[in-house]
Each structure stands twice: as structure tokens, then as C-alpha cells.
Design a binder for this molecule. Sequence first.
Ligand code: HEM
Length: 443
Amino acid sequence: MQPSLPPGPRAPSVIQGLGWWTRPIAYMERCRAQYGKRFTIRLPLLPPSIMLSDPADIKEVFQAPPEVLHPGEGAKVLEPVVGPHSVILLDEKPHLEQRKLMLPAFHGEKMQELEGLVTQIAEREVDSWPRDRAFPVHEKMQKLTLEVVLRAIFGVDEGERLDTMRDQLTQLAAFATRPEGMLPGPVQDQIRRLGGKWAYYGELSDRFNESLYELIRERRTTDGEDRPDVMAMFLAARHEDGSPMSDDELRDELMTMMVAGHETTASQLAWIFAILPREPRVLATLTQELDAGDGDDYLTAVINETMRRRPVLQNAEPRLTKQEVTIGGWTYPENVSLVASAYLVHHDPGIYRDPYSFRPERFLEEPPGTYTLIPFGGGRRRCIGASFAIMEMKVVLRAVLSRVELHAGAERGEVAKRRNITMSPRRGSPLRVTERVREPLAA
Ligand code: HEM
């Protein structure tokens, strides 16, 4: 019993883990109702997690010095996929250096350069959708965001290589979102030796890595070509000593972009399409703005409101305390996890009036706050791909709404389901679209 931790449920960690895994939203909300804005939960094999939902506490966590809190250590479970160089796994100086190396690839003007390519991918995808028949749009979004990762981030051109890598990644991504994909690397290695589907996925992953290394080596020889993709920026990046990223570093960071950016963006888009057909007023206002082609304030507000109401990552990366630290009047010991809960902050009636309603206008009346709208986390660990994800979501919404009318694909609205770390629409977000009939332009 550690007296300095905020109170929380006292059930054994296995029971708490079960609640947290199977009914994540209800479990968090029940804990907050009972224990308030900071409470401690205990999950099997993990240090105690202090769930924080007071923006003042969250600000202190996001601003704490890098040697005090370590988010990288908490993400170790990803190492078998992303590799040891991944920015997500690093802390302190190595993290800051790696992040500095990668950030220029995501600057505003770079995003603009990529918009054309992403638009082309999105338009082609919408054109292939069935008309007037319900289909699960989440799958389509997964396909779309995978294509975007391969072409706009990895920089693979259309052709045989794209087809092979797309096929490999589709299979690997489906495997990774199953619960066994979350087992620690050494355990996975052991099971691989048993053969069967595990061995198959192991070989597939080796083959995909070979394709990626081959791509990296080839791109080094054509370095200097003027290309807008993220790979080109990574190839041009230089460490403080002037050296470029090694092949292993490049592979690890590209895989990091894939792991961090593919399913997150797909799920967030799936939520937008789960919500919009059921909000005719919002949909009409948004369509009007897009048709007018005059600014995108409402589009931005719709995206913010979707990320508030349905954050695909319920919380920021857990920050492991490396020394005693006082936050919000509580002194936490070493080796506990401080977790900023986006879901709880976003559904606090003291911060958002009527928090369960979907009302993008709230963000036109008052711009989002740094510590009250936190779908991308914050501080020096804030999502590197946030501007990329927002650009992609805007492009997809424009491509869809300029081509088709949206209709709900099922009678009942969607509910959330955990797919490892993301919260996705349980039934895959059924959608029905019909060809958009446009009024002829006045002569
Ligand atoms: C809607 C889509 C996305 C959401 C909701 C999302 C959310 C997040 C969150 C919550 C974090 C943790 C931040 C923290 O702990 O403070 C994060 C980190 C990260 N995200 Fe995203 N993300 C999205 C898309 C992307 C994309 C498209 C990319 C890359 C192209 C990306 C790359 C990363 C990376 C590299 C990190 C680690 C940053 C670090 O540790 O310094 N994300 N993201």
C-alpha cells in the first residue's frame, strides 16, 4: 500500500485489467464518478497507473523535465515492431535529438506538397465504393490510410513493389491488431518457433523488412531527387555530428510512422463517418462550406469535435516517474505511470457543456485549449504526425462529400470497441452512399 497514491479501485489487478480491457469507457467513467479527477488503477504486470483528468495536472505532466518522466519506457511493448531506434521508445537527450531530426518532414509547407498525392488516393478510393448499399467504411479507411503510408510516407511509387508491400502490410496490420500481437517480443519469438500461423507472420514480417531495406538502399542512390514524401525528408536529415540516419534508423522510424499513423487515422475517419450521417444539420453546414470553397473553419471544427467526442487513443503515452515528483499537490514516488486521460478531459461537463452531444460550433465559439483538447497528447511528446493526420482527414472529407451523399448504414448508432490501443467503432461503421446530385450551375 503506497499512501502517496490517489485512491482507486481495490479489486485485484486481474479484475481491474478485465474492466479496463473489456469496458474501457464505462470503467474509466465509473472510477472518476467514484474517486474524482485523479485515481490509481492497477493492471497486471504494470506499475500503478494514475489516471489524470484535471487540465492543470495534465499541463504539469506535459511540461515536466525529460529526466523526471519517461514516456518511452512505457512504450517498450512496441519494440519488436518499431525497432530500438524508434522515437516513441526513446527518452531524454536521444529522444529530443531523434525528434528534431524528424520534425521538419511534418512542417506546414511539406503537408501542402503532399496534399495532391493524398487527394488522388482518396478520390480513387471513394470512386470504388458501392453505391446505395451499406458497407463497413472502417475497412475502406484502413485501406486508404495504408496506401497513404506507403506512398506519401515511405515514398513507394505505383507498380509491382507497391502491390507487394501493400499485400504484406495489410496482412501484418490485421495480425498486429489481434490481442496476441501485443505480447512481448521474446514471447512472440518463442511462439514463432512452434510454427503455424505465428511462423507465417514471422516470415512475412522478415520479407516486409527486406522490401523496406531494399527501398531505402535504392532511394539513397537517387537521393537529391525532388520528392515530397516523408522518406525524402528523412534521407536529407542530419544528426548533430553531420551524419545521416543509418538504414536501421530509417527502417525503425518508417515503421514507427506506420504503427502510429495507420490505424489511428483510419479509426478517427471511421468515427467521422459513423457520426456525420446521424447529424444532418452538421453535415449540411459542412457540405455548404466545402461547396463554397471559402475557408475550412467548420471542417476543422468537425474534426476537432470528432476527436473530442471519440478520441481513438483514450490517453497520452503513460509517463513513468524516474524520481519523486509533485504534481497537482500529490507527491508521486519513483516508478509509477502518470496517464493523461483524453477521454475523461473531453467528457468533463465542467469543461465542455453537454459533453456527450456532437456540436462542432463549440470550437468556433472558443478555440481548443492546449490542455483541454488532447487527442494528440502534448508537450515534447505531442504526436509528430498531427498535422499530417489532420491534412489527411480534411482531404478525405473533401473527396467524399464532393462526390457522394452520406446515409447511415445501420439502424443503430456505433459504440466503441477496443482494438489493442485504439478505440474503434464496434461494427466497422456501416455507411451507405449515393451519388451526389448537384444543382446545375446558374448560367
Ligand atoms: C488521428 C490520428 C492520430 C492520433 C489520434 C494520434 C495520437 C497520438 C498520441 C495521443 C500520441 C502520444 C502523445 C503524447 O503522449 O503526448 C502520439 C504520438 C506519436 N504519433 Fe500520433 N496520432 C495520429 C496520427 C499519427 C500519424 C499520421 C503519424 C505519422 C505520420 C503519427 C506519429 C506519431 C509519433 C512518431 C508519435 C511519438 C512522438 C514522440 O514520442 O515524440 N501519429 N500520437
